[in-house]
Design a binder for this molecule. Structure first.
Ligand SMILES: [Ca+2]
Length: 189
């Protein structure tokens, strides 16, 4: 696991420039319960805020039913399994006129053809924001460049996101019906 490196050489700097302010070190902790409700205990060492922080998110794999929603093959044209892509990130926020007030932040995996059990092991960076949701959605990529929604998950509350971050570095599995996906949130770079 990557180590957090927030304290850097501040102590040395402060010794040489005694009047220059040095940021307060984060509060120490042994478990998440030692930290504030919107914080997590990093490396069992110090408390960090969950939000306004960028994480590495890896889509490990997904499992979907053998047949599509109509009971037939996902790809009726050639009776093949779906060509799967995962899209995850922070959904856009709209105002009452359906105008975007906050743009989405989305990352997608590559497309894995003809499989109901794609093992991507790839992902990207997402910045969690207080008051914003996090989603993972699975799509069947079509030959014409469009994609058909298959299923997905949403974490809507700050508390739900705090719980995700508090499982930093562990494989996390979510499922509903015969859909499931495994993903991992790693410490920020
Ligand atoms: Ca296919």
């Amino acid at each position: 696991m990557r180590r957090f490196d927030l304290l850097r050489s501040c102590g040395v700097l402060a010794a040489g420039l005694a009047l220059v302010g040095c940021p307060e070190p984060p509060p120490p902790c042994a478990t998440h319960d030692d930290c504030g409700e919107l914080q997590f205990c990093a490396d069992e060492t110090f408390c960090l805020d969950v939000f306004d922080r960028t994480y590495d998110i890896t889509m490990v794999e997904a499992t979907v039913p053998a047949t599509g929603t109509t009971g037939g093959p996902w790809d009726p044209e050639d009776s093949s399994d779906p060509d799967m892509i995962a899209v995850f990130g922070i959904p856009a926020v709209f105002d009452e006129n359906d105008e975007i007030v906050e743009p989405e932040e989305a990352v997608q995996t590559s497309v894995l053809d003809d499989t109901t059990n794609p093992m991507w092991n790839e992902g990207g960076e997402v910045t969690f924001r207080q008051g914003r949701a996090f989603t993972i959605n699975l799509f069947d990529f079509e030959g014409d460049g469009t994609a058909t929604f298959m299923g997905g998950w949403i974490w809507e509350t700050d508390e739900a996101l705090v719980q995700l971050v508090r499982q930093l570095g562990e494989d996390q599995i979510v499922g509903s019906g015969s859909f499931s996906t495994t993903f991992r949130i790693d410490p920020p770079r």
